[in-house]
Design a protein around this ligand. Structure first.
Ligand code: ADP
Length: 558
């Protein structure tokens, strides 16, 4: 329509180098390299353990997302390329895409424009099979549980109190609620079940928070999949299958090496949901990147109220990480939407809406400072942005005392000069002092941890717990899970739990509907509002535009 090349066209026209060259330039021992075709490889973490992780971590987060798109992955890739162009040893660490959004509405997750990871189509489709392995481990657990019940149910599992479901890496609303075990005594014990999308599986979260195989086995064993008839939690270790699940994941747990359009090495590994999980790539990949590079650029899902908060309070705690800088991606379009402009009016300059919407950015930036980390605002430039709007935003940041740069890594690429200003600011912050701290101590009661996040990060007056949530709090205390961190499941569109309240609302309460203990991942999910763990497809799914030509080239991937 616009005459501009699509992400797929740009990716296919890019020069892609054999993965051995990328690995050699990154200093990866050839013996650690397990090739998957010419352009992808798994890296054996065991072969790199001799060196300690030293690289500084730059976390890319964002203002509250809008359907206009903020470009976190694009900025992550572009910033990595720009830092490499400036002479730093850089590694990018991203999440793996899920087929649900690829075939559905959002499209892929390999960045955009001239800031993408390659091979774009393979990463967005089956890649190296990690999601297959995670799906299989999840479903093996469920098959083993149902078999245990069928064979006499020695553990006294109550089939009505299962908290784990089967999974599939697909948006398939028809599978949300199912009944299994029908057909008579030989077919199993009938019970109500359902499917989640693979990225919502606790096994995905466990996979992404584990430090090594032993930790993976330990966490898998601690997963609570249901309760007994007398309401005691039943774990994978009670069933004795943590070894089998670890075995199913032993290859998948090795990070995947790919490259950006500019040839910067990138580890793309793991991909948990950012609502009922923590929304970050695997800790093993981040730590591997820190062994290989001086600066690691990574990303957390949704806005800084969700992804960055969880990175700081969950992932950083599991891995002993401390981010050295947080990049907050903002766009003029999204700020205008936060200021009340409709999606189809965003190309019209609107100074008043920009000024109103910037309150959203202010709250995110101040929140990052509460963790003792310096924020840098990346203004992701869209071609429809006016020079006046960009200048106004830069001046606003300067007046607020916040470092900011306009980045055109989508249009000009980080390998070009599109991210030079941003990279220079980030490099300066990374080299400076850092007094990272978590927002709360683990010893605080769960309800106080939730209150702290709601008040400090969202700006809420307080928190209201439903009757079921209060009951669950009592269970959590009784079962000895009070010291786990909290993983908030809240709409990404608003600081409140109401997606329609944009900007930086004040005078609101956060409503906690239920609490889900994820004892393997090691956090308590606090559900506010409805959370979709098996999304549906839209009326016109992206799949309708996809094909493959006679030469085997992909068509229509976005
Ligand atoms: P996020 O990680 O925040 O979800 P992505 O980086 O995946 O966002 O980008 C979402 C979509 O927006 C992609 O299709 C990408 O090509 C597009 N996009 C990102 N930045 C720009 C930009 N500056 N101009 C035009 N399109 C962009």
């Amino acid at each position: 329509m616009s005459g501009l090349p699509t992400d797929l066209e740009i990716a296919r026209a890019a020069r892609i180098r054999p993965i051995d060259e990328i690995a050699a330039a990154a200093g990866i021992n050839p013996e650690a390299l397990e090739r998957y075709g010419r352009y992808k490889a798994k890296i054996d973490p065991a072969a790199l353990l001799a060196s300690a992780p030293h690289g500084k971590v730059v976390l890319v987060s964002a203002m509250s997302p809008t359907p206009a798109g903020e470009g976190k992955s694009t900025t992550t890739v572009g910033l990595g390329d720009s830092l490499a162009r400036a002479g730093h040893r850089v590694m990018i660490a991203l999440r793996e895409p899920s087929l649900g959004p690829v075939l559905g509405m959002k499209g892929g997750a390999t960045g955009g424009g001239y800031s993408q990871v390659l091979p774009m189509d393979e990463i967005n489709l089956h890649f190296t099979g990690d999601f297959h392995a995670i799906t299989s481990a999840n479903n093996a657990l469920m098959a083993l549980v149902d078999n245990h019940i069928f064979q006499g149910n020695e553990l006294n599992i109550d089939p009505r109190r299962m908290t784990f479901k089967r999974v599939l890496d697909m948006n398939d609303r028809a599978l949300r609620e199912v009944v299994i075990g029908l057909g008579g005594p030989a077919q199993g014990v009938p019970r109500q079940d359902g499917f989640d999308i693979t990225v919502a599986s606790e096994i995905m979260a466990v996979f992404c928070l584990s430090t090594d195989l032993a930790d993976l086995r330990g966490r898998l064993g601690r997963i609570t999949f249901g309760y007994t008839y007398d309401r005691s939690p039943v774990t994978v270790a009670d069933l004795g299958v943590q070894g089998a699940l670890t075995l199913l994941l032993k290859e998948a747990i090795k990070p995947n090496l790919v490259q950006t359009i500019a040839g910067t090495p990138a580890l793309v590994h793991g991909g948990p949901f950012a609502n009922i999980a923590h929304g970050c790539n695997s800790l093993i990949a981040t730590q591997m990147a820190r062994r290989l590079a001086d600066i690691v650029v990574t990303e957390a899902g949704f806005g800084a109220d969700l992804g960055a908060e969880k990175f700081m309070n969950i992932k950083a705690r599991s891995g002993g990480l401390a981010p050295s800088a947080v990049v907050v991606v903002a766009t003029v379009r999204a700020l205008k939407m936060q200021g009340g402009v409709a999606k189809d009016q965003l190309i019209v300059p609107d100074a008043a809406a920009l000024e109103a919407g910037v309150e959203n950015l202010r709250r995110h930036v101040r929140n990052v400072e509460k963790f003792g980390v310096t924020p840098v605002v990346a203004i992701n430039r869209f071609s429809s942005d006016s020079a006046d709007e960009l200048e106004w935003l830069l001046a606003w940041c300067a007046a607020e005392g916040v470092q900011a740069a306009v980045a055109d890594v989508w249009g000009r690429g980080g390998g070009g000069d599109g991210g030079d200003d941003l990279a220079a600011l980030v490099a300066k912050v990374v080299a400076g002092p850092n007094s990272f701290r978590h927002l709360y101590a683990l010893e605080l009661p769960v309800e106080e941890k939730i209150r702290t996040i709601a008040q400090e990060i969202y700006g809420a007056d307080g928190v209201e717990f439903s009757v079921p949530a209060l009951k669950r709090l009592a269970d959590i205390k009784r079962n000895g899970w009070s010291n786990l961190p909290v993983c908030m499941a809240k709409t990404q569109y608003s600081f409140t739990d109401d997606a329609s309240r944009l900007g930086a609302p004040k005078g609101f309460t956060i409503h906690v509907r239920d609490l889900l203990p994820k004892t393997g991942a090691g956090f308590i999910v606090a559900l506010t509002g409805a959370v979709m763990t098996m999304p549906g497809l839209p009326a016109a799914p992206a799949a309708m535009r996809m094909d493959v030509d006679d030469a085997g080239n992909p068509v229509g991937l976005t």
